[in-house]
Design a protein around this ligand. Structure first.
Ligand SMILES: *Cc1c(COP(=O)(O)O)cnc(C)c1O
Length: 400
């Protein structure tokens, strides 16, 4: 993508692939990974990331909704026309809403369902559209404790009846989502796994034979212990295990508690670097202020530099007077309130700082690093939000 405004995010191909290979190794040969590329691949650009991962052998992708799925499908098709297999599967993870059911089928998207009406909508469109005789594949999500989506175990039977003989739907997979996989000392994931197993028992007792069991995210994969547990469950039923890492693909581990950080977490490499340049400078005297509502006031002659990036680009306004950027390998603090499109920084301590200097918002410069964690901590949020909050106005540029 061409860009003229000096604000951009560099996406490292090398690091994305290295992270993927690391996670593949952790998953083991028996287990498949579903690469979660929802929310524009956590802000990294779905098309470019998914195509790289597909070329690296990824066959499963996770998106949140049908619109994300159709746009991913068309970019994967372009790749399929050249050199990669056409067989990518795209799981729409957050359920469906009415017309979305209609659009799924021609785009080869696979829905996660848990409400009776999800199955009704799917039944009615699959009866009207031509589908394979073995039935249209559906994933059933089980609510094992997240209380967000998924069928509660006590309502399971009602749903399973819709997959019995004569249905146009086929129960291909069963999935659940863990709420606290990064709490290593806690029993929450074990409790959820126990509920999940008893639901799978029931499903098999009813004569259904889903082939795929999907559970676990980045934390599960990095922590390994629960990966082993769910691998064993899948093995017991002869099911294929599908683990769903997102954040770790992009080089960040969730923050673990209760035990030492799993060692694999240290090998992840952040994929995204967010950069801009100094585009204007001025010097103010003691007593003068900078920015809206004069929340920064100079206590000495102060050199200020202007960066053409603001909260409309995803630079959280809570970083006003708190965050910093790297200039000439040193940290320059944000001076005053972040504006919609612009931010002022204090470069008094950075000798030689001048117009055109590169400023790093996330990434490395010299020996210094700013991570999405640093920004997230200062803004009281998590790196997930920091990364997917980098707005569409910031062009993503693939590097190395
Ligand atoms: C987002 C998401 C994931 C990925 O979680 P990470 O913590 O980013 O690895 C996995 N499964 C579901 C259902 C999700 O919504």
């Amino acid at each position: 993508m061409t860009h003229t405004r000096p604000v951009w995010a560099e996406i490292s191909r090398y690091r994305l692939i290295a992270n993927y290979r690391l996670l593949r190794g952790l998953a083991g040969a028996e287990t498949e990974l579903l690469a979660v590329v929802k929310a524009n691949a956590y802000g990294h650009g779905t098309t470019a990331c998914a195509n790289l991962l597909a070329a690296e052998g990824a066959r499963w992708f996770g998106v949140t909704c049908v619109d994300e799925g159709t746009s991913l499908r068309s970019s994967l098709r372009q790749l399929a026309d050249s050199d990669a297999p056409h067989s990518s599967r795209i799981l729409v993870m957050s359920g469906i809403w009415k017309d979305e059911a209609e659009t799924l089928i021609p785009h080869g998207l696979t829905p996660v369902a848990w409400e009776p009406w999800h199955l009704e909508w799917l039944e009615s469109v699959t009866r009207r559209q031509n589908i394979a005789p073995e039935g249209f594949p559906v994933y059933l999500e089980i609510d094992t404790g997240m209380s967000r989506q998924g069928v509660r175990p006590e309502n399971l039977d009602h749903l399973l009846r819709r997959f019995t003989a004569g249905s146009s739907l086929r129960l291909e997979g069963v999935m659940t989502h863990f709420h606290s996989p990064e709490e290593l000392g806690a029993s929450a994931t074990q409790d959820q796994t126990g509920k999940f197993v008893s639901v799978i028992d029931t499903i098999y007792e009813r004569g259904l034979k889903p082939e795929i069991l999907s559970a676990g995210n980045s934390a599960t994969l990095l922590a390994q212990k629960e990966t082993d547990t769910i691998t064993n469950i899948a093995r017991r039923y002869g099911m294929q295990l599908l683990i769903r890492p997102g954040l770790s693909l992009y080089g960040y581990a969730p923050r673990f508690t209760g035990a030492a950080q799993p060692s694999a977490a240290a090998s992840l490499q952040p994929v995204l670097a967010w950069k801009t340049r100094i585009v204007s400078m001025r010097t103010i005297v003691a007593g003068e202020s900078a920015g809206y509502n004069a929340t920064f006031r100079a206590s000495r002659p102060t050199h200020l530099a202007l960066l053409p990036v603001g909260y409309a680009d995803g630079l959280n306004r809570l970083l006003s007077n708190k965050g910093g950027v790297l200039i000439r390998g040193k940290r320059a603090p944000i001076a005053g309130r972040i504006s919609m499109d612009q931010t002022v920084i204090d470069v008094t301590e950075i000798p030689g700082a001048e117009i055109g200097d590169e400023a790093v918002l996330i990434g490395q410069q010299g020996g210094e690093t700013i991570t999405a964690y640093d920004l997230a901590d200062l803004a009281g949020t998590i790196p997930y939000e920091t990364l997917c909050g980098i707005s569409a106005r910031v062009p993503r540029v693939m590097v190395d």
